[in-house]
Design a protein around this ligand. Structure first.
Ligand code: CP
Length: 319
């Protein structure tokens, strides 16, 4: 594996999940693999979990880690080719990327959607430029349209907590005051569609996701009906995908907040969210604090998903 940007890069899921279980039980078994190897983590956007879990995973593998926050202390980077650089951006990504590649063995990139131009976001220009020009294996720490390290951790978590072979998993939109990318929802759908789970997506009208990610999932506009018999409720907000409303907040209707009354419609479902979460917008205090909430083990599994991915990228390097 020499890149990790979507579910296809990880190969067969059963093998990846078995590797995750192996690493979870013995996370220091491969400390020699990363010796004298350097991971560069580049953040164009903020992070708590991705930053810490990915760094911890790399340290478990014996790597050195460098972190660059592009918007704090680095030159502002121009990402468009052909621009006359007479503004506040001092360096072009096309020089910066190979320079960064010269200092490391593997690169992780976080670069969110701008939510202004759908075509530009869905072309994944930033991470694709890193893949093309860095000369290094590149992995996504959340790009414009996907968050595969999160989705892999979500799948590991569902496998750990499921009590039936083919659980009913519900991805539900929930309200948020700000416009958020579709990346987590897209990616979750992409990974769950790669399993044989019973998968339902529920959201208000106007919040339809890209059909390429929805795939064969059942879309149910009645959130309460979607929750009936569910084993896992995965809550997430996203802004509108469909033109002409791309990137807009169409509703903050708190009737879509996940609360105890809705959870009571499920088959004693587990509650999941990638975090950070806006309490009493996305989910009520009592649901996220309940014993059915698994948001903390879900976040802890980010270390495991990152370690599987970095391990495989290290194994792809020439000796
Ligand atoms: N879930 C997730 O990616 O969290 P951070 O944005 O804090 O990294």
């Amino acid at each position: 594996m020499n890149k990790f940007i979507d579910v296809t890069d990880i190969g067969p899921l059963d093998k990846a999940l078995a590797e995750a279980a192996d690493i979870k039980h013995n996370r220091f078994a491969y400390t020699g693999l990363g010796r004298n190897r350097t991971l560069l983590m580049i953040f164009f956007n903020s992070s708590l979990r991705t930053r810490l879990s990915t760094q911890k995973a790399a340290m478990n593998l014996g790597m050195n880690v460098m972190v660059l926050d592009v918007n704090q202390g680095a030159w502002k980077l121009e990402t468009e080719r052909g621009v006359v650089m007479d503004g506040d951006k001092a360096e072009h990504l096309l020089e910066a990327i190979p320079v960064m590649g010269s200092y490391c063995d593997i690169i992780g990139v976080r670069s969110f959607a701008g939510l202004k131009d759908r075509d530009e976001d869905y072309e994944e220009r930033v991470i694709n430029q890193f893949i093309r020009y860095s000369g290094r294996p590149v992995f996504s720490m959340e790009a414009a349209t996907r968050h595969p390290l999160q989705s892999f951790a979500d799948l590991i978590t569902i496998e750990e907590f499921k009590t039936k072979p083919r659980p009913k998993v519900v991805l539900t939109w929930a309200p948020h005051p700000k416009a958020l990318p579709q990346a987590v929802a897209n990616s979750f759908a992409e990974w769950i569609n790669a399993t044989d789970y019973d998968f339902v997506i529920t959201h208000p009208h106007g919040y339809e996701l890209d059909p390429a990610f929805v795939g064969g999932a059942h879309v149910e506009y009645d959130q309460r009906r979607a929750f009936e018999g569910a084993d896992f409720i995965y809550a997430k907000n996203w802004s509108a995908y469909t033109a002409p409303n791309y990137g807009k907040v169409l509703s903050t209707d708190r009737d879509w907040t996940v609360d105890a009354a809705k959870m009571a419609l499920t088959d004693n479902a587990r509650f999941m969210h990638c975090l950070p979460v806006r309490r009493n917008m996305i989910v009520t205090d009592d649901v996220i604090e309940s014993e059915r909430s698994i948001v903390i083990p879900e976040a802890a599994n980010r270390e495991i998903s990152a370690q599987v991915v970095i391990k495989r990228l290290l194994e792809s390097l020439p000796h």
